[in-house]
Design a protein around this ligand. Structure first.
Ligand SMILES: Cc1ncc(COP(=O)(O)O)c(C=O)c1O
Length: 385
């Protein structure tokens, strides 16, 4: 690899600090050998270097269609799916097609801070709907919708992460899933379902996607290979109503560009079709399950009484609510001086809510480091209290 003084990757690890602020995979768990084999197989024909089919290369699209039919019990045609450049790009593309500046759009709170950055970039009127440990409070959402209606506003969309969410790690309860889909159908807003952690369940199967529960066109579900394979692939897929899918597939960006990330999509199609995908996600689940269990056990030992720790059923994150109304922003420099970092809860809201909560990612470090991070955090909280 050519030497450069400019960065190659996003993450910057500081010496002496266990960085639990980053929701990035452990480099040791990236499928490097599998991608080498798949890329080499992809390059057996020149097709991988041509402009691609607008909704993605056939072998990958068909593999996804089979997997979705098997795992989610919903058969779809190729006009209901499109390969994307991952969920960040897909979210922006959906907003571009579906929304106009000034539209009212609902977001759960807390939610993925960088989705807020994307949403804010579209100049929408964002309205928060609260979550608890069972996900979005659909009862409160119903009240918010009534209030909006009285004020003459009808939301165009709702952004949600119902499965192993970021930042809390928890999932939307089954009864609330149906309630949410029903509210969307009744009030006519599009649910934008960010399903990025679906392949990482640690206690049995992942809950059904909202997309699989709803009538066609109610939910746009964004799936990604970032957490199941590697974020550097910049690859994902969207399952949605035919109008939204054709809006993307027949739009200038995909037609002119020949799909997105075509070479990568052909290689990932090889990787999935030869069985490496299933084998790899099994390895990830076992590894991240052990990390989650180690971190939670250590936090229970090391944190002062009164701190609440979420129990993630999958994904990358643990959410801690601090005792004594301690501010997670104020605690951060103390924690970093002890050698552990995290993201404060206020980052995951529009107006600085959840100020005494924080998010830890258990994806980047092996179990022994996570246990050490819990000890350091415990010392920092005690010092701050
Ligand atoms: C909830 C959520 N959505 C989207 C992303 C980014 O997805 P992608 O890499 O597919 O753009 C992340 C990454 O951390 C995430 O946590």
């Amino acid at each position: 690899v050519a030497q450069t003084s400019l960065p190659v990757v996003q993450i910057v690890k500081r010496p002496g600090i266990i960085e639990l602020g980053w929701g990035h995979p452990d480099p040791a768990l990236l499928p490097i050998e599998q991608m080498k084999r798949a890329s080499s197989a992809a390059l057996n024909t020149s097709d991988a270097l041509q402009y691609g089919n607008s909704n993605g290369p056939g072998p990958l699209v068909e593999w996804l269609m089979r997997r979705i039919a098997d795992q989610e019990g919903r058969s779809i045609g190729p006009d209901e799916i499109v390969i994307t450049g991952g969920n960040s790009i897909a979210l922006d593309q959906i907003l571009d097609l579906h929304n106009r500046p000034g539209d009212t759009v609902l977001v759960e709170s807390p939610t993925y801070h960088l989705a807020l950055l994307i949403l804010r970039g579209r100049h929408l009127a964002l309205v928060e709907a609260p979550c608890d440990v069972n996900g979005l409070r659909t009862d409160l959402l119903a009240d918010i919708l009534t209030d909006l209606k009285r004020a003459g506003k009808s939301p165009r969309a709702l952004y949600t992460i119902p499965t192993f969410n970021n930042p809390m790690g928890v999932s939307l309860a089954k009864a609330r899933r149906q309630a949410l889909v029903d509210l969307a159908a009744e009030h006519g807003f599009l649910i934008i379902e960010d399903d990025v952690y679906r392949e990482l369940p640690y206690d049995g199967a992942a809950p059904p996607s909202l997309w699989s529960l709803a009538e066609a066109g109610v939910v746009a579900r964004m799936g990604s290979f970032s957490k199941s394979l590697a974020p550097g692939l910049r690859l994902g897929y969207l399952t949605a109503g035919r109008d939204l899918v054709s809006g993307l597939v027949d739009g200038g960006v995909l037609v002119s560009g020949g799909g997105v990330n075509h070479l990568t999509a052909v290689a990932v199609g090889e990787l999935c079709n030869c069985g490496d995908f299933d084998a790899h996600v099994e390895v990830l689940r076992a590894s991240y399950r052990e990390r989650r269990d180690t971190l939670i056990a250590a936090l229970k030992d090391c944190l002062p009484a009164g701190c609440e720790v979420s129990t993630p059923g999958g994904g990358y994150f643990v959410w801690i609510t601090l005792s004594g109304n301690l501010s997670a922003d104020d605690l951060l420099p103390i924690a970093e001086a002890e050698g552990v970092s995290y993201l404060p809860g206020s980052k995951f809201t529009l107006n600085g809510g959840h100020a005494s909560a924080l998010r830890l990612a258990f994806s980047l470090y092996p179990p022994d480091q996570l246990a050490e991070a819990a000890r350091r955090l415990g010392r920092a909280i005690r010092a701050a209290l």
